[in-house]
Design a protein around this ligand. Structure first.
Ligand code: SIN
Length: 532
């Protein structure tokens, strides 16, 4: 299945109907559907096929299964409430209604979910859900099982591993004409393609501490912005309330302590043993994620500490039910059966992204996006837990169908325009510190402007390899996020402004950002429509 870039591209006139960038749930779902539709599809990933965000997802897939007493209407309502007024109701209805069929298809592809003695999938609960509706696998290793099943089914689809896309190329009319890429040894190539689907995941590496793997550097969002696409809701970065606290100043990817641990009875206490969310929200510790993360942040400030405690000692069989969390705790010398788990919020999920319809179409002809990199309108200002694997499955599949339909009624692109040779790129450490200090939970104008000034002064860098491409991606993505966050002078969902507390009616709408001719982010109002 794996074809090194040089073998696939060497001296050949290969071209693709569709290049899929990324190998998570959305990318592989799209590639599989594209193959079914007879499209020539090539998948590109800068890492290995299993290295994306998907495999780290613990909690599960939120889906309404028949015979559970739950309803899609309730799932829609919970999603809209969590989204704090910014969900696109049509997108929410469409994506969630497609959930049961998407999960059935995934099971047909071999994904196995945990089942009770009667053979029916076990259901759990996470923040913001008013019903038990989350199916899981391997206890708390759902993403890994989804990834395994999709990757196994994708055997035979050409995958360029360790290959970074540096630019989405367009023709003189602005339509997608292919990609520019760099192979593992820095060799450059151009792959002509009629369509490109970005499925690159999120941007957690913008922050010093994140649940995201090292590859989550905002690549797809950066490629889309540079290709002229519009992006929406960029200011909404969801912080997961509970990652394992690694001690003062701990950095990089932090082990997640899935919300399902609270769903099954664990409680949040501060370092003095007082409950954290009492009186904050009717759902208490299972309030939507933005509410819990903000409550923890306030309590850490009030108790002058950098963590709170998650008491899971009342859960019997913890190691069996949550083997991934248990192993991370054990490695840190904590036994969740007897010890409270020290936890703290960390960057987890980008609710905004490349503006798309529910079939992944962006504002650029031939460019599609699906999964975390995209903003369909499902998540609004705060994603409901475990809605993202479902979105990746549904929209990834729909995007490939859209590509086939669009290509049936459009002409192939002309030759690609010249490539950019350098990009602004900041030192990653400087950028992460600035974003964590000023664009995390609790933002104000002065902080946002100081971070934006740092980013605006980024020096040009020649893109010679993956690290350069990633730093350049993080830099442009930070600039766009800061632009949206500065403009939104209110607090809503995961965008918490200390200088504008409370939500404002006039802000009950999405913001949209594009790059101007000089590559600077500007607000684009009203939101640009997506095109085929
Ligand atoms: C979790 O298991 O708490 C995370 C799941 C998600 O982010 O949807």
């Amino acid at each position: 299945m794996i074809s090194p870039a040089e073998d696939l591209l060497a001296g050949s006139s290969i071209s693709a109907d569709l290049v899929v960038v990324g190998t998570g749930v959305a990318g592989l779902s799209a590639a599989l559907r594209a193959r079914e539709l007879g499209l020539r599809v090539v998948v590109v990933t800068k890492a290995a096929i299993d290295d994306g965000n998907t495999r780290w997802a613990q909690g599960g897939v939120a889906v309404v299964l028949p015979g559970t007493g739950d309803s899609v209407a309730a799932h829609i309502r919970d999603t809209m409430v969590a989204g704090a007024g910014l969900c696109d109701e049509i997108a929410v209805r469409e994506i969630l209604a497609a959930g049961p069929a998407a999960v059935a298809a995934l099971r047909e592809r071999g994904a196995v979910f945990d089942a009770g003695p009667d053979g029916a999938p076990e259901l759990t609960r996470e923040g913001g859900h008013t019903a038990l509706r989350i199916i899981h696998s391997g206890g708390d290793a759902t993403g890994a099982e989804v990834q395994r099943a999709l990757a196994a089914t994708a055997a035979g689809i050409p995958v360029l591993e360790r290959t970074v896309v540096t630019e989405v190329l367009r023709d003189d009319a602005g339509a997608v004409a292919g990609i520019a890429l760099l192979g593992a040894d820095g060799e450059s190539a151009v792959l002509p393609a009629r369509a490109v689907l970005l499925a690159t995941g999120g941007l957690g590496q913008l922050y010093t501490a994140t649940t995201n793997p090292e590859v989550a550097t905002g690549d797809g969002l950066a490629l889309a912005l540079r290709a002229g696409a519009a992006a929406s809701d960029l200011e909404f970065v969801q912080f997961h309330p509970t990652v394992l606290h690694g001690g003062p100043g701990s950095r990089g990817r932090r082990p997640l302590v899935t919300e399902a641990v609270r769903g099954e009875g664990a409680v949040l206490l501060d370092v003095n043993g007082a409950p954290v969310t009492t009186g904050v929200h009717p759902l208490g510790d299972l309030a939507p994620r933005d509410v819990v993360a903000a409550a923890i942040t306030r309590r850490m400030a009030a108790t002058a500490t950098d963590h709170v405690l998650l008491d899971a000692t009342g859960i019997s069989g913890f190691a069996r039910r949550f083997p991934t969390v248990w192993a991370a705790c054990a490695a840190a010398g904590i036994d969740p059966a007897t010890d409270p788990i020290p936890v703290t919020p960390a960057a987890h999920y980008h609710c905004g992204g490349v503006r798309t319809d529910t079939s992944g179409r962006t504002t650029v002809p031939g460019l599609y996006a699906a999964g975390e990199v995209a903003r369909t309108g499902l998540h609004g200002a705060n994603r409901l837990a475990s809605n993202s694997l479902l979105e990746g499955l549904v929209v990834g599949t729909a995007a490939a169908t859209a590509v086939a339909r669009d290509q049936a009624v459009t002409s192939p692109p002309g030759p690609p325009r010249a490539l950019a040779t350098s990009q602004p790129a900041l030192d990653r450490d400087d950028l992460q510190r600035a974003m964590s200090a000023h664009a995390g939970i609790g933002r104000d104008t002065a902080g946002l402007e100081s971070a934006a000034a740092l980013v605006a002064g980024a020096p040009q860098r020649h893109i010679r390899g993956v690290a350069d491409a990633e730093d350049a991606a993080l830099t442009v993505v930070a600039a766009a996020l800061l632009c949206a966050a500065t403009a939104r002078t209110e607090t809503r969902g995961c965008h918490v402004r200390t200088d504008h507390q409370g939500s404002a009616k006039r802000w009950r709408r999405s913001s949209t950002v594009v790059l101007d001719a000089a590559g600077r982010p500007v607000l684009d109002e009203p939101a640009t429509a997506v095109v085929a």
